[in-house]
Design a protein around this ligand. Sequence first.
Ligand code: ZN
Length: 421
Amino acid sequence: MSAPVPTLFRRIVVALTAFLAVFGVAVTAHAQSKVTDVRVGVHQGFTRFVLELDASAPYRLLTLRDPYRVVIDLPEVAWETGDESAGKVAKGVIGKFRFGLFQHGVSRFVIDLREPAVVKAHFRLDPEPGAGHRLVVDLEPSTDQQFAAAMGSVESKDWASRQSAVAAASQSQQQSIVRAPVKPTEQAEKRLKTIVIDPGHGGVDPGAIGASGIYEKKITLAFARDLRDRLQALGGYRVIMTRDRDIYIPLRRRYEVAHRNEADLFISVHADAHHTSDLRGFSVYTLSETASDKEAAALATKENKSDILAGYDLSEYDDQTSFILLDLAQRKTSEASWQFAQSLVKNVGSNVTLLRRPHRFAGFAVLKSPTVPSVLVELGYLSNRREEKDLRTPAYRAGLADAIIRAIDVYFEQQDRLSRS
Ligand SMILES: [Zn+2]
């Protein structure tokens, strides 16, 4: 019943499994069942996508347009077949696919379609000799109108009950992530500056892919943890992370963490990739309607795609959270963001290489808090072998984190002086 196994994809999986084994990359710590294989087969009139699991799992299917995507949600599962987004299969209607944690309790596959296609059939198969539990999704090429008419979500009968069971646990877990780890007395807490560190990408959105194959989402999380630990060791700062595990967070939710916690500073951490492989250096970006240059505009477009890559339904954003504030507050925030960016350029430059014109600006969605001074840092270029290696080295990351901490200290001293004068 199951489709033939594409040998090239198998080879990619084997190679990447070996890579992951060497570098010991953990995928999901809290996972229960496991995905053991992914297969794509082209049949007469349809493309078959098969997930093999070690246990039967409830599922939900979702179709999204602009671009055409099919999303498969499962309870939180581990990925046993190697690299999470190695699925550059380009077979039948399927372009490529990604896998990762979408939210607490939900793992997600996002399948990019090469052309519009509708779900012709979806079903589960019990194990039989030579095959485990399987989830089968058949996709049939369609017109755009047919795709639009069929858009929406379908789920297995056991999906809803399973999801409500994990919801309570997920909620308490999420709260523990956005809470500051050290809880000082109320008065001491008021004196502490709150810094929200936002490790870019995560879960189903891997971000840029480095020269040796490392994912941006892993570098950003490793660096954010270094920065948090070093800031906390110094005292004087309350540090909150938007994520502390390999999970996708919608862009707007990231700055809402800063807003909700009345943060004094929001730092979104990224690492870029570029087709020019000798390009390297640290850079910092602030929000602006008009971009400083073409490269900054292109970078913002790329970083803003996170929600699309993760198969996030943008209509889920509710309007209640949109901010209406006086221009004055926004201008003050944007000036402060600018000053912090300048402090970064001055202080980071003595520790690491800077990109030419290291402070640039563009319309980054994650920097849109009207009240919290916000910057996005690109730690360096993962497409540059040397810089990728640097960013994987704890000692290099520590030096960079210390330079950023110097910039933070200088920035807050300046702000305090300004508010006193
Ligand atoms: Zn990024």
